[in-house]
Design a protein around this ligand. Structure first.
Ligand SMILES: NC(=O)c1ccc[n+]([C@@H]2O[C@H](COP(=O)([O-])OP(=O)(O)OC[C@H]3O[C@@H](n4cnc5c(N)ncnc54)[C@H](O)[C@@H]3O)[C@@H](O)[C@H]2O)c1
Ligand SMILES: [Zn+2]
Length: 399
């Protein structure tokens, strides 16, 4: 039998910029990015904006329109700025995807046009999915406006929406044309989203970089108090770790069974779903990190003092360590409401053998292929105890 075998080698390259005031009169960053590599002059650009950002920054639509007018020789608004609902509902409601695809279609965008997505991780995920699938791929520029999107989701190569009750069931791997991290957006974030975004930086430090963990530990109070200097440095370092992993980790499109950047995520994704998205992704990741770090300790892999350092940092960042959904139906592991079901869903999402990352020390992870139910239950009880003590302490302060 004859066989042809063809190898295809591709290089992907995209910049991640750090700036403030990307749509201001003095910034030429976006114009230059588009101008540098465009085949269509002026390039047609569709802006899709997170409604939460539009509400918190009332002048932004006007600023975008003025920006395009000012640089009309290079870029041209292909349609009025499309404003879509922000937050997880953007990924849960299929109509959001339809709206973005229709806008791309009606504006007549082609593969040389640009979609600029401005918003939190959820909006970037749905717009990224639309841009990756319309005409099999339109250039996407991400302008993330939350800490989580700037330090994690927007710098990577994934997009997606939720379907069949599962997180990110539909999606693609697609590199962006460019990412612009603009710190000026962060001022208007809610406290919850501020803190939630820090959990992904803690994750990156725990699995990749012990000195970065030391930095977060030393600056935890400033980070929780919204100090922009400490937060900017945290975002840069976390984004760099995520990028380095994708670029040099050997598996950018996750073909293997191990997914190191998803430390703590098997339970986080399940908790988001079980809580009906009451818990944000960042908050659920905080709990997931606490859980897998506690398991690492109780299973005898991680020294107690290292475990305590991690828990103390999560507490200092005022991230949740526990949610009632963690303790539900633990006696019935086949019950879809049991968090342990998240293990099977995680395995299915990746394919192959279940692979979960645990810690031997801070910055030193390793893979396991099964988790002991009894140790996991003790881990959950330990976190419930810490959460009770925190609630008591807060109650005493209040009275
Ligand atoms: N693609 C990936 O690789 C990847 C990685 C991690 C997380 N994610 C996804 O990211 C999503 C979470 O993203 P998120 O944490 O950015 O939250 P989010 O997108 O859900 O936004 C949270 C809220 O903040 C609002 N908002 C956004 N920017 C704001 C600003 N500057 N000021 C005021 N309000 C603002 C939004 O409108 C929304 O109501 C989840 O769906 C998660 O699955 C994707
Ligand atoms: Zn995450």
């Amino acid at each position: 039998m004859d066989v042809f075998e063809q190898e295809i080698r591709l290089v992907f390259r995209y910049p991640v910029h750090f700036t403030t005031g990307v749509f201001s009169a003095t910034s030429t960053l976006l114009r230059d990015l588009v101008g540098e590599r465009t085949l269509e002059v002026p390039a047609r650009v569709l802006f899709v904006l997170d409604r939460g950002v539009a509400g918190a920054h009332p002048g932004i639509v006007h600023d975008i329109e003025s920006y395009c007018l000012r640089h009309k020789a290079t870029l041209r608004l292909a349609a009025p700025v499309l404003v879509i609902a922000g937050g997880e509902r953007a990924k849960n409601d299929p109509r959001t995807l339809d709206d973005v695809l229709r806008a791309i279609h009606d504006a007549g965008l082609c593969r040389h046009s640009y979609v600029v997505a401005v918003g939190g991780g959820a909006v970037l995920d749905v717009v990224g999915y639309a841009a990756a699938t319309a005409h099999r791929g339109i250039r996407l520029i991400r302008v993330p406006t939350t800490i989580l999107a700037q330090d994690d989701s927007a710098v990577g190569v994934k997009n997606g929406i939720n379907a069949f009750g599962k997180k990110n069931y539909l999606g693609t791997f697609a590199t962006p044309f460019a990412v612009i991290n603009d710190f000026a957006f962060l001022h208007t974030l809610s406290d919850r989203d501020w803190r939630g975004g820090l959990s992904e930086a803690v994750k990156a430090a725990l699995i990749k970089d012990r000195t970065f963990f030391d930095f977060i530990e030393a600056n935890a109070a400033a980070l929780a108090a919204r100090d922009l200097h400490a937060t900017g440095e945290t975002i840069r370092r976390s984004a760099a770790l995520h990028l380095a992993h994708i670029g040099t980790g050997g598996d950018p499109f996750e073909l293997g069974s191990s997914r190191p950047l998803d430390f703590g995520h098997w339970s986080a994704h399940k908790l988001e779903q079980l809580s009906g998205h009451r818990l944000s992704h960042g908050e659920a990741v905080g709990i997931g990190l606490a859980l897998d770090t506690t398991y690492s300790w109780l299973a005898g892999f991680l020294p107690e003092r290292e475990w305590k350092r991690v828990i103390d940092v999560l507490l200092a960042l005022r991230l949740p360590l526990y949610a009632p959904e963690l303790g539900r139906s633990l006696d019935a592991t086949k019950d879809p409401r049991c968090v342990l079901q998240g293990l099977e869903e995680f395995r299915e999402h990746l394919g192959g053998r279940l692979t979960i990352m645990l810690l031997r020390s801070i910055g030193e992870p390793f893979d396991v292929h099964e988790l002991r139910r009894d140790v996991m239950v003790r881990s959950i009880e330990t976190l419930a105890g810490i959460d009770d003590a925190r609630a008591d302490a807060a109650g005493q302060r209040a009275s």
